[in-house]
Design a protein around this ligand. Structure first.
Ligand code: NAD
Ligand code: ZN
Length: 258
């Protein structure tokens, strides 16, 4: 892989305006399992996907009770950012990060110190709640305190309706403002870096293709193959906590076309 690594470092060093797309693979080194990797939550238990399906969630109180328990036990509450998260902070400090689009809901990019206005949370955040009936927002930790105190499916404090985590469930659309800023970041970069994502969830995966059609270079860093590998200028399979810092540390070159 050393030829691919060298090529990727040259491309990265030549880039001035980088848009990144991250997925669950960025956070596995922090102890949060991904969904579709070998140790993924769904690979081990396909039933778990039902907890994030909006129709099952609204229809079935037992699904909601399981979902609240899963939220309380989520590995993200104990997780710390790793070197891959930190590398994006360095990239931003160097003035070269246009935006970081993430499918992750764990907020570890922000916890690593990345400015919130650089992060586009495509799938929302698990640290907040939202009422499906009145839209009232809340803090997840406040809801989880009620769960710990014995409420199995805590109702909305404002209207008594059904609360969920502020993440995008299957069957729910993405926020239109969020899609708009993700699209403009994909169109307005000279290099698009996809890291730790199987590129199998749309529209997130489509931003990589959009960027290349607008002329950006594409680097994919992921342990397993993705449907977009053939489109990429370089594909790296190594562990992200090493690969991403290695790219960010690549010397910045003068030439725009390596
Ligand atoms: P995914 O599970 O489909 O893919 C993750 C990819 O990362 C896999 O292909 C895997 O091979 C790779 N990977 C895992 N660890 C790696 C490592 N250390 N180095 C290199 N590659 C590694 O995840 P996705 O594409 O993000 O899509 C899944 C959905 O799951 C998203 O919608 C996201 O919202 C959600 N999710 C989020 C979290 C989180 O917030 N941390 C965790 C699980 C799932
Ligand atoms: Zn409500």
């Amino acid at each position: 892989e050393s030829a691919a690594r060298q090529r990727a470092r040259e491309l990265f060093g030549a880039a001035r305006r980088i848009t990144a797309l991250t997925g669950a693979g960025i956070s596995t080194a922090s102890g949060i399992p991904d969904f579709r990797g070998p140790d993924g939550v769904w690979t081990r238990n396909p039933e778990a996907a039902r907890l994030s399906d909006i129709d099952s969630y609204l229809a079935d109180e037992s699904v909601r009770e399981k979902a609240w328990r899963a939220r309380a036990e989520h590995a993200a509450w104990r997780a710390e950012p790793n070197d891959a998260h930190r590398a994006f902070v360095d990239l931003d400090a160097a003035g070269r990060l246009r935006a970081l689009l993430t499918q992750n809901i764990d907020e570890l990019h922000q916890r690593a110190g990345l400015a919130a206005d650089k992060v586009v949370e495509l799938h929302g955040t698990m640290r907040r709640t939202i009422c499906v009936d009145c839209g009232a927002p809340g803090l997840m930790l406040a809801a989880l305190e009620r769960v710990a105190a014995g409420e199995t499916d805590p109702p909305c404090p404002s209207c008594g309706g059904i609360m969920k985590s502020a993440v995008v469930f299957f069957g729910e659309p993405l926020d239109t403002e969020v899609i708009r800023s993700a699209r403009s970041a994909a169109l307005d970069c000279d290099l698009f870096l996809a890291a730790g994502t199987s590129l199998s969830v749309h529209p997130a995966a489509g931003f990589a293709e959009l960027a290349t059609r607008a002329g950006a270079r594409l680097i994919i860093c992921n342990a397993e193959p993705t449907p977009y590998d053939d489109l990429a200028d370089a594909v790296l399979r190594g562990p992200l906590a090493e690969v991403v810092p290695d790219l960010v540390a690549a010397p910045v070159s003068d030439s725009a076309e390596p």
